[in-house]
Design a protein around this ligand. Structure first.
Ligand code: FRU
Length: 534
């Protein structure tokens, strides 16, 4: 590894130096250089392309001009323009890093860059300059999703380079291949031999067009990549590749596939890791059909628990389950923290419901990172414990009877952590409305008899006809229903019964709508504990 990293660094620097000292500005070392990827050198000595420099200076101006109050307080949101999937969630040099799919110039998806933030506690994030731009022939159509790992002191990013090739008949076709870049936590250099994993390494019946979103890990002395894929019959799958040195890769196996045909088509953004005594495969399949109340139509994020035979690369998977029952959760990625916690973060949106108010010039947020554990054969999630360090103004009510529209002093706000515990059997429907006033509300209604919870954001301010209602079958109705709401201005994450189920919903409600109300068609009893998050 050492030699690979230093040789790439040396080659990359000499390439730059040659270019900088050439008087004509012709392509250095015979490589095809477009205007886009002419290299620049900054005062700090870091090397990057014109396209990256443009993105960095554009985002810096936008960030300086942003009204902070209009953004989430403790969730990552687009520094400028658009963000989607979390990428490269990893620990490096004592910090937690998160990258994301990023198009700084518009609030819509465009040629993908990688944006970058770091944190020590997953609540307060520091914005760092964008790290990747689509500035090479092999990624000119976008630096798509991927992951990161530390290797010999360097931070290594693994991403999908999207390009187009000319076919013999003169037409063009997309190609997705896996690329690497290495860096120091701030600046990253793409490897000279990119792409390092190509679709040509896969069996014949695997798509070369849909082959993306590598997730890397290391086991003993071998690096592994799991990559999203589909076969030529549109069956979603994930493929496993291995390497001893990060540059020379080989195809190992198709680790898992949509064997029942029910789990969508292309499996995007896979993740694979050990959790307690199981292995977990996460993926985000496209084009799913709703299956009762477990999966919804369109883009879903699902997980399979299973057993992994590491020697033979065989994963025996169990039934799939949904990761989040809300409306805005996609492409989750996990990392392992030094203290042993497996933490997951996701894009807090869905391709099927991208909508922001006309006045907002950015789009895209991440969920709160969540700690994962396995209980009763399912993944349970809870907000990272660090959120508790930001709680203030505790407001506590116990044994309050609710039999009509009710509000409580101190129970309101748009950045908060509130738990409501519900008991009693003399009612059918109990409703909590969040972010509400006379015009706006997002309602959470528990139908006790049916054991169903309905989320309705119809009146949250959306101006497009996107999905606004989701119904959740509560897994455990034998206990008091416990609803923990984490609200951060434009989002409501609901952790049901200590994280047995989770439902994430983005809202676009003006911030002055900060009311919280309770209502019941009979008589229920609640305990409420509410903190502001500051
Ligand atoms: C998932 C996804 C990935 C792809 C990225 C492009 O949301 O479609 O498969 O890498 O977004 O931005």
């Amino acid at each position: 590894m050492d030699s690979y990293l230093s040789s790439v660094a040396a080659r990359s620097n000499s390439r730059t130096a040659r270019f900088l000292f050439s008087s004509s500005g012709n392509s250095p070392s015979g490589r095809h250089f477009t205007l886009m990827n002419l290299l620049c050198i900054t005062l700090h000595g870091a090397v990057y392309s014109k396209l990256l420099e443009k993105a960095r200076s554009y985002e810096a101006k936008k960030i300086a001009a942003t009204d902070k109050e209009s953004k989430p307080l403790f969730h990552i949101s687009a520094p400028a323009g658009w963000i989607n999937d979390p990428n490269g969630f990893s620990v490096y040099n004592g910090k937690i890093h998160l990258f994301y799919q990023y198009y700084p110039y518009l609030r819509e998806w465009g040629p993908m860059h990688w944006g970058h933030s770091t944190t020590s506690d997953m609540i307060k994030w520091e914005q760092l300059p964008c790290v990747l731009a689509p500035d090479e022939e092999y990624d000119k159509k976008g630096c798509f999703s991927g992951s990161a790992i530390e290797a010999d002191g360097k931070h290594v990013l693994v991403y999908t380079g999207v390009t187009r090739i000319k076919l013999p008949d003169g037409s063009e076709q997309e190609r997705q291949n896996q690329c690497i870049a290495f860096g120091d936590g701030l600046n990253y250099v793409k490897h000279e031999n990119n792409p390092v994993v190509t679709g040509d390494m896969l069996p014949e019946n695997c798509s070369r067009i849909d082959f993306r979103d590598p997730k890397i890990w290391k086991e003993d002395d071998t690096y592994y990549l799991i990559v999203g894929s589909k076969d030529l019959n549109n069956v979603g799958q994930v493929v496993l590749c291995s390497s001893k040195n990060l540059t020379d890769w080989q195809f190992e196996t198709i680790l898992a596939a949509n064997s029942t045909g029910k789990i969508g088509t292309m499996w995007e953004c896979p993740d694979f890791f050990g959790l307690e005594d199981k292995h977990v495969l996460i993926c985000s399949p496209q084009s799913m059909k709703a299956d009762k109340y477990e999966f919804h139509n369109g883009h879903n994020s699902v997980y399979f628990l299973g057993d992994y035979d590491k020697e033979n690369h065989v994963f025996i998977k169990e039934e799939p389950h949904t990761l989040d029952y809300g409306m805005d959760f996609y492409a989750p990625q996990t990392t392992l923290l030094p203290d042993g916690r497996r933490v997951m973060i996701a894009w807090m949106k869905s391709w099927d419901a991208c909508v922001v108010p006309d006045s907002q010039d950015w789009q895209g947020m991440m969920t709160l990172p969540r700690e994962l554990e396995i209980k009763d054969g399912r993944i349970w999630q809870k907000p990272v414990k660090e959120i508790e360090n930001y709680r203030a103004n505790k407001c506590h009510y116990t044994d309050k009877k609710i039999d009509c529209y009710t509000t409580f002093d101190g129970i309101k706000g748009r950045t908060l952590d509130m738990t409501v515990e519900l008991s009693g059997e003399e009612y059918n429907n109990f409703t909590v409305e969040m972010a509400c006033d006379d015009e706006y509300s997002t309602a959470f209604t528990y139908n006790r008899v049916a054991g169903m919870l309905e989320i309705d954001r119809t009146f949250c301010g959306v101006t497009k006809d996107v999905v606004c209602v989701r119904k959740i079958k509560i897994a455990d109705t034998d206990r008091k229903l416990k609803l923990r709401f984490i609200v951060d201005r434009q989002s409501i994450e609901l952790f049901i019964n200590d994280g047995q189920q989770v439902a994430t919903t983005a809202i676009c409600t003006p911030l002055q709508a900060d009311g919280i109300s309770f209502n019941c068609d009979g008589s229920a009893v609640v305990d409420i504990e509410k903190y502001d998050i500051i």
